[in-house]
Design a binder for this molecule. Structure first.
Ligand SMILES: [Zn+2]
Length: 146
């Protein structure tokens, strides 16, 4: 079942909760932050999760005082559809941006430069979105319809 809440991070109402039997997952389409009822603050699970995450995710983590869980900026890796990820700096973490990198074909004859791969994630030419334009990045990726 899917319901809406007010996002604790950006206060938008475009934030969804999906309730499962054992846990609930949260996803805000305004600021792009997500969480899970199992992401308990200072828990071992969180410590483990953080180890696998890039620096930008660690910098941007946000504590939801009401639910006592930690929220993180989403990283959407959709294979052939590309990848959406946050970008930020330590100096101005609140000014984060969203990036959408597409998967493109390796030009003919250049496979050698890409370890034989036919396609690659074009991070260099990733499109940039403002922090509250996460939804636009999802639309461009094609995972959300207008
Ligand atoms: Zn939000």
């Amino acid at each position: 079942m899917e319901t809406k809440i007010t996002c604790p991070h950006c206060l938008s109402k475009n934030c969804f909760v999906e309730e499962q039997k054992e846990f609930s997952s949260y996803m805000c389409f305004n600021c792009g932050f997500m969480s899970d009822s199992r992401f308990v603050e200072k828990s071992l699970e969180i410590a483990d999760y953080m180890k696998t995450m890039p620096e930008s995710v660690k910098i941007l983590q946000f504590v939801d005082e009401t639910r006592e869980i930690v929220w993180f900026p989403s990283i959407l890796n959709m294979g052939a559809k590309g990848m959406i990820f946050p970008e930020t700096s330590k100096h101005e973490p609140s000014n984060y941006k969203w990036k959408f990198a597409q998967v493109i074909e390796v030009p003919n004859g250049k496979e050698g430069e890409y370890e034989g791969h036919q396609q690659f994630l074009d991070v260099e030419n990733a499109k940039t979105y403002d922090k509250f334009e996460f939804m636009d990045a999802c639309k461009d990726m094609g995972i959300i319809k207008e």
